[in-house]
Design a protein. Structure first.
Length: 364
């Protein structure tokens, strides 16, 4: 028979508020909030995105911890449910054993009473009236055997009752320990959920700041593109090129401001980079597929120093050119850059152009 285990109290985790506050302070320090006010005065998009990546990693780590704790909590809850079932069964067994013990004791008492007094005669009267010592001894042995059998039954049931009581005490101790474990896991889970909520609030704030900066950046880029477009328009008379090249530039400038649309290839449906090239050059006798890499492989490469209006500028590598634009002279080109932007004039310098190609364009 097992002795009940001693339940060892575990220290409770810190409260969710303290844990969240400590984690926030740690993260603000890691993100550079405290030591360098100047650095946070005007963070760049890259700075905020780097911070957001760090917070996302922390959120992912906390999610994994929360998932692990959930599984441990579920296991503890299941174990507690099993112990509750066992405790109920043990208590029912104890009630049955007590009933059997009461019945056995009552039966033994009744038999003793019957043997002591039968037909108004005591056991001694019966024995003395037998008249034969041997027969009296036999009768007395019979009485004793019946009483011994009843006593064994009572003793067996009493021992069984003791075992059940010990088992009940053990289950009670196990249940108390399991209940404490469940409460501990529940508190730790709640603390992690609070931390996750704080991280997600911080991440949402960073996302808002990134969007604001991107919107500001987009406004500046649009203003710069407008200025460049106006400058390009004024400089068309000074662009050196053939009539066909100048015509390509003029045609392309008609589509400034049309939104970028992935796989778009019409003014009404929007343009992506290779769709703009496809649409414009079709008007000058060049039939392009819809794809920058395929368009690059159809042209004649020329060095940057010899670039002319209507040449195409490509970005990427021979195996995959991810972007293309139309060169208009004076270090400028027209492009459909990316989702959220529009067809615009951009500077070629610093963009990492990797290939310039020329094509046999013609008027009419």
């Amino acid at each position: 028979m097992l002795a009940p285990r001693t339940t060892r109290r575990r220290s409770r985790p810190r409260t969710a508020a303290l844990a969240t506050t400590a984690l926030l302070l740690a993260w603000l320090t890691l993100l550079g909030a405290a030591p360098c006010p100047d650095a946070l005065a005007s963070p760049t998009v890259e700075d905020l995105e780097a911070q957001a990546r760090g917070v996302r990693r922390e959120v992912a780590r906390l999610d994994r911890r929360a998932a692990a704790l959930t599984e441990r909590y579920n296991a503890a809850r299941s174990a507690l449910d099993d112990l509750n079932v066992r405790l109920q069964e043990a208590r029912r067994d104890l009630d049955r054993a007590q009933s059997e013990l009461d019945a056995a004791q009552e039966l033994r008492g009744a038999r003793l009473s019957a043997m002591y007094k039968s037909d108004g005669l005591s056991v001694l009267d019966v024995l003395f009236n037998l008249g034969d010592i041997g027969e009296a001894d036999t009768q007395l042995g019979y009485f004793r055997s019946i009483d011994a059998a009843d006593q064994q039954t009572v003793t067996r049931i009493a021992a069984m009752e003791d075992d059940i009581r010990a088992l009940t005490r053990q289950i009670d101790a196990d249940r108390a320990e399991a209940l404490e474990k469940e409460m501990d896991l529940r508190e730790r889970q709640a603390a992690i959920e609070d931390e996750l909520a704080a991280r997600r609030r911080l991440l949402a704030d960073l996302d808002v700041r990134v969007k604001k900066l991107l919107a500001q950046q987009a406004r500046l880029e649009r203003a710069e593109a407008k200025r460049l477009a106006e400058a390009a328009g004024m400089d068309l008379a000074t662009i050196h090129g053939t009539p066909a090249q100048i015509a390509v530039v003029r045609e392309t400038m008609k589509y400034l401001g049309i939104p970028y649309v992935w796989a778009g290839a019409t003014p009404s449906g929007g343009f992506d980079c290779s769709g703009l090239v496809l649409y414009v050059y079709a008007k000058f006798g060049v039939r392009f597929p819809h794809g920058a890499t395929m368009q690059a492989h159809m042209g004649t490469p020329v060095p940057l120093s010899r670039a002319q209006p209507a040449d195409l500028v490509f970005f990427g590598s021979p195996s995959f050119y991810h972007h293309v634009g139309i060169y208009i002279g004076n270090g400028l080109f027209i492009e459909a850059p990316h989702t959220g932007d529009v067809v615009k004039v951009s500077r070629l310098a610093g963009r990492g152009c990797s290939l310039i190609c020329r094509y046999p364009i013609r008027l009419g």
